[in-house]
Design a binder for this molecule. Structure first.
Ligand code: HMG
Ligand code: MG
Length: 310
């Protein structure tokens, strides 16, 4: 297997994770969580989004969050923006990078941002142009790259059409989202084989939701094909409220375990990451799906049982 020596993990839990939780996590707790994440060795954290607060009330405090976090040198603090209004709000609080987003399928694009695909291109182009004027880099997301919860299967050619437009606009990276976590490695291979005919592997990041437990298998396939950037969420939080059936992103701890056992460097410290994961689990008040957290919970209760029997 031809594998990279180093991989970059982009933590999207504070945005993708919290947007899909029913409860509103208090601003001070979001800030404390992000501050813990900043001490893990992660060099990229998507901290929030500047979408319409009626659409995602869980992140209505995005400006306060960005203003209140302790920024560590070397960490990029990014936010999702859907349009110029979102960009202006993000620039006011000195975001380091913004992410624009749209879908490869009409059904999800309409449900998520209330526009057709063709109506979305000029809106994102304006964001990219204005962000660049403000010297802020822009990442692009393409959602539903394998299938759409409304339209069904999505072809690599549909994804290519959106990738071409985003690349033309000049985004620095394109994150390909399996939004509802249906993909398997053979489909990932079909998709990347088409895209990599036209673009270098380092233009892409992969963003797998783990709804059916296939995210890590898809990541291994992507690694084999030369991809070296992956999005993940602490604890396996995540999901898009406008994509029925979407559950959490691949968990950052499980991804870190996989990569470190494969001797692929990430610069991230597992103990610090677990501290951040248990912190946010405590605030959310329910068990998060990460396997590494489950192992740690079981080890803890085994220790307590042992102590009781001694
Ligand atoms: P709309 O209602 O069509 O907006 O929503 P509009 O442009 O017609 O404007 C209506 C009103 O909203 C106006 O106010 C605007 O000023 C205001 P009024 O004049 O009526 O008083 N408005 C805003 N206010 C605050 N911030 C803004 C903003 N924009 C307009 N940014 C819109 C269109 C895009 C705003 C809405 O659909 C929206 O906010 N959608 C976001 C949905 C979302 O956040 N989804 C989850 C993130 S995507 C995801 O999770 C997938 C990903 O993880 C990858 C993957 O997994 O595949 C990235
Ligand atoms: Mg997502």
């Amino acid at each position: 297997m031809n594998l990279p020596m180093k991989v970059r993990i982009k933590e999207v839990g504070p945005r993708d994770g919290l947007q899909n939780e029913k409860m509103f996590i208090e601003t001070k707790d979001k800030v404390q969580w992000i501050d813990l994440l900043s001490k893990t060795g992660l060099d990229y954290i998507e901290v929030t989004s500047f979408v319409h607060p009626k659409w995602i009330p869980q992140l209505a405090d995005s400006g306060e969050v960005l203003k209140s976090i302790k920024r560590e040198t070397g960490v990029t603090y990014a936010a999702l923006v859907p349009n110029i209004k979102g960009l202006e709000r993000a620039l006011e609080v000195n975001v380091d990078e913004v992410s624009v987003f749209m879908s490869a399928s009409e059904g999800h694009n309409k449900s998520n941002i209330n526009k057709t695909i063709d109506e979305t291109f000029p809106i994102l182009k304006e964001v990219v142009n204005e962000a660049k004027k403000a010297k802020v880099s822009v990442r692009g997301y393409v959602s539903t790259v394998i299938a759409c919860p409304y339209d069904g299967p999505v072809t690599p050619e549909q994804v290519l059409k959106v990738v071409e437009k985003l690349a033309e606009m000049g985004v620095s990276e394109i994150s390909l989202g399996d939004t509802i976590g249906v993909g398997v490695p053979t489909q990932v291979e079909q998709l990347l084989t088409v895209l990599l005919k036209y673009y270098p592997a380092n233009l892409f990041a992969m963003h797998f939701h783990d709804t059916r437990g296939t995210a890590l298998a898809n990541i291994v396939k992507s690694l084999e094909l030369g991809i070296t950037t992956f999005d993940s969420s602490t604890g396996g939080l995540g999901g898009c409220p406008y994509a029925k059936g979407a559950s959490g992103n691949v968990s950052t701890e499980d991804l870190l375990y996989l990569l470190s056992e494969m001797n692929i460097e990430t610069g991230i410290n597992m103990d610090a990451l677990m501290e951040a994961a248990f912190f946010i689990e405590g605030k959310i008040g329910k068990k998060l799906p990460s396997k590494q957290m489950e192992i740690a919970r079981n080890e803890r209760s085994a220790k307590i049982d042992n102590a009781r029997t001694i």
